[in-house]
Each structure stands twice: as structure tokens, then as C-alpha cells.
Design a protein. Structure first.
Length: 142
């Protein structure tokens, strides 16, 4: 049984290695439909999970004028344990960042993900019909 390996791509990314692993998510129609807001920029840090030499999930965050935004945490197959593993790797990296605010947006239907962030000290800043907007002021206890 293969274990999951995590790769961290920090700005500036090693473009060949990053797109070698992640290119299909930016190019293939299926993933462009599932992940319409998937974007890479010069300020994005990525955590990529791989099993048997295939990407099984990933997450990203980036520094913005407002603070640090956790963009997406995605698993190919619905797997909350893997999702949590990616979120934990992001948490470890963020503890070393100097930011007063961290925030993210989640679909309301993702109750386990919402609970994960709330257990880590996030609060729901606002919500609409489909999404919850979460924030946290102190990164040290994430």
C-alpha cells in the first residue's frame, strides 16, 4: 500500500515540476468545470498530495492585501481524511507566516469542512445562500 506524499510549491514555483503535477487541473475541461476559480499566481503556495505517482488532492493559499486567503482544498475522490491532511499541511506552513488575518470561503453543504475550520478557531463572518465566509485573527493556534 502506497502512502501519500505531499509536495509544497512556494513562490516562485519551479514551473516544470508544478505544472507537471498540476497541469491537468488547469487544462482539462472536466476540472475547469469543477474548479472554475482555480488560479495560479506568483503569490500562491500549493500543497499537492500524491499517491502511486498520481495527484489525489491539493490545496492552495496566497497572501493578499487583506491577509492570507486559503483558496481551495480539493480531493479527486471525496475523502475527508485526505482533505484534513492537506488542510493540516497548510496550517503548518501558515503558522510560520506573519499575517493578522486568515480567511476562506466554503460551500455550506461541506459540513465536515466547515466544522474543521470552526474547531481551528475560525468564525463565520458572513454567509449567503450557498457559501460561508470564515475568518480567523490569530494563526498561532491553527
Amino acid at each position: 500500500m502506497q502512502t501519500i506524499r505531499f509536495y509544497i510549491f512556494r513562490p516562485p514555483h519551479l514551473r516544470n515540476g508544478f505544472y507537471e503535477k498540476m497541469g491537468m487541473f488547469f487544462a482539462e475541461r472536466l476540472y475547469r468545470y469543477k474548479l472554475p476559480d482555480l488560479v495560479n499566481s506568483h503569490t500562491t503556495t500549493w500543497v499537492v498530495a500524491e499517491k502511486n505517482n498520481k495527484v489525489v488532492g491539493f490545496g492552495s493559499f496566497e497572501q493578499t492585501n487583506r491577509g492570507i486567503e486559503i483558496r481551495e482544498i480539493y480531493t479527486i475522490q471525496k475523502n475527508h481524511q485526505l482533505w484534513q491532511g492537506i488542510a493540516s499541511k497548510i496550517s503548518i506552513i501558515l503558522k510560520k507566516q506573519n499575517s493578522k488575518l486568515i480567511y476562506t470561503t466554503l460551500p455550506k453543504v461541506e459540513k465536515k469542512q466547515l466544522n474543521y475550520f470552526i474547531e481551528k478557531g475560525f468564525f463565520i463572518k458572513r454567509e449567503n445562500k450557498n457559501s460561508c465566509y470564515l475568518e480567523k485573527a490569530n494563526l498561532m493556534i491553527m
